[in-house]
Design a binder for this molecule. Structure first.
Ligand SMILES: Cc1cc2nc3c(=O)[nH]c(=O)nc-3n(C[C@H](O)[C@H](O)[C@H](O)COP(=O)(O)O)c2cc1C
Length: 198
């Protein structure tokens, strides 16, 4: 699979098979994150990989899932994440900002995961105080995001749209992810000039 194939195929996964991800694979996902672009190459990010069953289950209630279709994509028992990567911004390295770095790193991580058959969900709705307490994260580490991970137990589909971008579940419980059409968002050379051909 080339990069573009992985980019096209990747979808956010919120339901997971209950089998462990090899720890070396989890470490390799952080390796993919580590190598992402960084503003000024300052590299303020740190990562906590959570794979211990007890810590995984303690982390679960700190997260909010798929507001648009809630509660139908809250993972029930038997479909919950088997691991997490918590992405931190070290405020001793970068006193403000760093969120762009985190975003680039997380996307790298999600694409590397997909290549290994692992699905993930980038989660911004996090009870950060609770995560800090559970994982013992020190004060000068900002909790940017949590990425939940596991082998997919759902198959969401993306579809182009010029209408609503609200994701939805169909009658068969498949999650549909509308994506804005390229022709609606691409300008060439000057704003307002539609792309042609190709
Ligand atoms: C910054 C950011 C925050 C997100 N936060 C959450 C979240 O808190 N809970 C959740 O279930 N999904 C969250 N998502 C996942 C999005 O809902 C998902 O990426 C979007 O619906 C598009 O689906 P796709 O990733 O399959 O293309 C977040 C995504 C991003 C980029």
């Amino acid at each position: 699979m080339g990069v573009m194939d992985i980019i096209r195929a990747r979808r956010t996964i919120r339901f997971y098979e209950q089998r462990a991800i090899p720890v070396n694979d989890l470490r390799e996902l952080v390796e993919a994150a580590r190598l992402a672009p960084s503003g000024g190459n300052v590299q303020p990010l740190e990562y906590v990989v959570v794979h211990d069953e007890e810590v995984v289950s303690q982390t679960f209630p700190t997260l909010a899932w798929a507001g648009n279709v809630a509660p139908r994509r809250n993972p029930p028992e038997g479909k919950r994440p088997v691991a997490y990567v918590i992405v931190l911004i070290n405020r001793e390295v970068r006193s403000s900002g760093g969120e762009h770095d985190a975003a680039a790193a997380i996307e790298n991580l999600l694409l590397a995961a997909w290549e290994k058959g692992i699905g993930g969900c980038w989660i911004g709705s996090v009870d950060r105080d609770e995560v800090r307490r559970i994982l013992g994260i020190p004060d000068h580490r900002h909790i940017d995001s949590v990425v939940s991970l596991g082998y997919p137990a759902e198959q969401p589909v993306a579809e182009d749209t010029s209408e609503s971008v609200a994701y939805y579940l169909d009658d068969g419980d498949t999650l549909h992810i509308p994506k804005r059409r390229l022709a609606d968002i691409l300008h060439e050379n000057r704003y307002g000039t539609a792309a042609r051909g190709g």
